[in-house]
Design a binder for this molecule. Sequence first.
Ligand code: NAP
Ligand code: MG
Length: 481
Amino acid sequence: MVHKLFIDGEWVESTSGKTFKSFNPATGKKLGEVQSGNKKDVDKAVKAACNAFDEWRLTPPPERGDVLLEVAGLLEENKQRLGELVTREMGKQISEGKGDVQEAIDIFKYMAGEGRRLLGHTTTSELENKFAMTVKRPVGPSGLITPWNFPIAIPAWKLSPALICGNSVVFKPASGTPLCAVELVKILEEAGVSSGVVNLVTGSGSNVGTPMVEHPDLKSISFTGSRKVGKLISRKAGLKNVGLELGGKNPIIVMDDANLDLAVEGAIWGGFGTTGQRCTAASRVIVHEDVEQEFMDKFVEETKKLSVGNGMECDIGPLINEDAVEKTEYYIQKGKEEGAELVIGGEKREGLFFDPTIFTNVEPNMAIAQEEIFGPVVSVLTASSLEEAIEIANGVDYGLSTSIYTENVSKAFNAIRDLDAGLTYVNSSTIGSEVHLPFGGVKKTGNGTREAGIEGVEEFTETKTVYVDYSGQLQKAQGID
Ligand code: NAP
Ligand code: MG
């Protein structure tokens, strides 16, 4: 079956007359086919979003919230089916596939409640008989561009705040996972989202993404993906509001007083969960020299127990595509050349599978300690103090997630204070965000926007300051007569 684009409440073919396929990375089998959208389709979708904007903007936010709650309910009913689709289309282990859908359920519920808040504030005035407050207004028709690694959750993280704030949207999903996007949009349609409020255009970054970014009538672009594309978007977007959630090189610090079994579990889950294809993946472990040997013995032993294969049955699913396999191989080669020691893994298997891989003797300046690999590769570095560990942790361009394992409250709080990142976990891995807390990074992980939590509405709203003078006189501020 060839799935269509969703524009102005109708499922339509692309004007390109072309389609592309989606494959299961575990089996290589074709899962379905979707439209190769182009600039003309984007123009139609933006027009529909602009036409629908006023009615949606003027719909009371609690009513918008009811629609979001309906979406959450439908996602819940379809969780098993969608979770399996996530696993089949992008490869992650099945309980993580269902977790992807759960994250979407959670954010739709959370943002539904935001319909009864969308708080501004009131404050004092320096003048008599004058009232001052702020209100939030929708930013306007918005473009959402998403990656394949959380094919339901990340779109939901953008759709739900965009919609609750009163925006209409054009949504372009990653070309690796278009079927998940189609199913999500079908659920929005079923929940009763009005025509033109949500438009789906599948297709490539250059044919659909670029025209969206350059479109004068889209007021904002919310992007999650690679740094390379993020930079391109911020150059092309002109004066639009742009939200960028880019990559990470996230460290786990293991101190000499840490519960090592717990730290090993965290390193396994953070490093190899989703086959390392998470922006928050723990791709570095910085371990105190006094416990390095013991930590490594346990880490390697536990890694050996992981099964690699189809995510429906195994712990570690496939990588998304050939490029990802090549990239992982490139970094393994690079790590060896630069003098790191490969202690386990490093081998590609038939298909898109890759053994969980650990390097030790990694120096902070090596490529495998600096660059995002997005595969199941963990680099272990050593430090002789908390200060040194934090210096190593901070010594990369990225600043998304960080973690410290320690039983010492003072060390924990020093790390919370000094780690340059958007997220710090204590005695827990680098992954596991909850939707009512903000998510995002510092440094080159993005441009400072936060998704989810109360902060999540900022990206999709503009703040208006309102003064109401009820004195009946011309009152001038700053004491001017
Ligand atoms: P990507 O290649 O940057 O693609 C992301 C999205 O951008 C896709 O929809 C892609 O379309 C589109 N795109 C590509 N070129 C474009 C262009 N010139 N203009 C506009 N859009 C364009 O990233 P990915 O490989 O899908 O995802 C992996 C990256 O995402 C990693 O770096 C990861 O760290 C990051 N990520 C970050 C977060 C976070 O919140 N910080 C979360 C998850 C992932 P096509 O698929 O059609 O190419
Ligand atoms: Mg890509």
